[in-house]
Design a protein around this ligand. Structure first.
Ligand code: GDP
Ligand code: MN
Length: 398
């Protein structure tokens, strides 16, 4: 789960990371009002969206008056901003953050990520702040400093000092740099984050270290332990398909192909996607309906897959252990009766109550294509889809 910059700054400041003074606004008028509350004579208006690269896309504007703040935020509210991280559809701007502008002497990149090979939290730093980490690793890989944290003892002061010296920071800044780094690490660890990124972390003209930008991503599976973090979720920033799935307790990842997949178990779901590709098709999604799926749950999964207008064939692949093939068959039929579809539906059932499941499908009288192995199912799905394409089937209207 991602959160907004202003929320990440609020969290990090509770862990001792210094951030510029700022306030949130839901309208241009409120943004101007917020700047007067903050005081000073220069402000930065920042679009709050779950994506970086806002600066280059007009989502970060330095302003010197009420009029400029109104103008800058009017250009942001209600618009979609497209950056290299949002995808072509962009992300809607419904909140802006107004901050007192900072006099920047130096920009540093700081990231904390979970390094799966060392199974530790890794700190990544570079003196080339302001650039994205992808650019830094392409253009200045030698500038990247890495350190891993031994979980039994946590991040040590000497590690922070080593990084500070490698960055060439002034000795007078080492203490506040250490506090910043340790604050980020503790926030990461205590709140089950998977990523903390401060880009840029700046040294101000007056010699302070401030987080000018902040991004945090959390482990979805740990959110039950952190209700205060879980409630920061902003559905307006999420893929609507994945959002609907999460609300229904389904594991769904939207993709760009045409064959919708309804599968039980993450491993089988991935094998199904691979087999579709081997058969010459492209999966439209990853979907794991989990164990013990009731007909209602299967029908919901079916509707979810159908809500993607790129789906031109649906493959249901169930290897039932805890699941029951008869329940799955019933769910598919219920979904098809409630909302008939004019695209091929392929069902492969195996395991618990398979005979009952097959009977339910056969008795339904619906034009469901059946298959007995995964390979056969994928081939039938791709062939049926190709035949439809050859006949000139159009994109469905949803
Ligand atoms: P991003 O583009 O989404 O990563 O947004 P950032 O918050 O990182 O802002 C982009 C750039 O705007 C930063 O790298 C800074 O150079 C600049 N910027 C942001 N806030 C301030 C500020 O308070 N003062 C000045 N001078 N520049 C700022
Ligand atoms: Mn940034």
């Amino acid at each position: 789960m991602d959160i907004h910059e202003y929320q990440a700054k609020e969290i990090l400041s509770q862990f001792g990371v210094e951030v510029p003074a700022g306030a949130l606004a839901y309208s241009p008028e409120q943004a101007a009002y917020r700047s007067r509350e903050l005081g000073g004579d220069r402000w930065v208006v920042k679009a709050q969206v779950h994506a970086g690269g806002r600066g280059k896309a007009g989502g970060v504007q330095v302003c010197g008056s009420d009029a400029e703040i109104l103008e800058a935020s009017e250009a942001m509210f209600g618009r979609k901003i497209v950056t290299h991280q949002t995808g072509p559809a962009g992300k809607g701007i419904y909140r802006v953050y107004v901050e007192a502008a900072v006099d920047i002497a130096r920009e540093i990149y700081l990231g904390l990520v979970l390094d799966r090979s060392s199974q530790r939290v890794m700190i990544v730093c570079s003196g080339e702040g302001g650039m994205e980490i992808e650019e830094i690793s392409a253009e200045r890989p030698d500038s990247i400093i890495r350190a891993t944290v031994e979980p039994a003892v946590g991040l040590q002061d000497f590690q922070c000092r080593e990084i500070a010296f490698a960055l060439g920071l002034d000795a007078a800044l080492v203490q506040s740099f250490t506090r910043t780094l340790k604050g980020c690490y503790l926030a990461f660890r205590d709140l089950d984050a998977t990523m903390v990124e401060i880009n840029p972390l700046v040294v101000t003209g007056a010699g302070r270290i401030l987080a000018l930008d902040a991004k945090m991503t959390f482990d979805d599976n740990a959110m039950f332990r952190h209700p205060q973090v879980a409630e920061l979720r902003d559905k307006s920033q999420e893929d609507p398909r994945e959002c609907r799935a999460a609300d229904r307790g389904l594991n769904y990842v939207g993709l760009t192909g045409n064959i919708g997949c309804i599968v039980n178990g993450a491993g089988l779901a991935m094998a199904t996607m691979d087999t579709i590709k081997l058969a010459g098709g492209e999966p439209a999604n990853f979907l794991d309906i989990g164990g013990g799926a009731t007909p209602e749950r299967v029908a919901k999964a079916f509707r979810l897959v159908m809500s993607d207008k790129n789906v031109q064939a649906v493959l249901v692949n169930i290897f039932a252990g805890i699941n029951r093939c008869d329940w799955v068959a019933q769910g598919v039929i219920d979904a098809l009766r409630a909302d008939p579809v004019d695209i091929p539906v392929i069902v492969r059932l195996s395991g618990t109550n398979v005979e009952e499941g097959q009977k339910i499908l056969a008795k339904s009288g619906l034009p469901i294509i059946r298959a007995s192995t995964l390979e056969e199912a994928a081939e039938r799905a791709v062939n049926a889809w190709k035949n439809d394409q050859a006949k000139g089937a159009k994109l469905r209207a949803v």
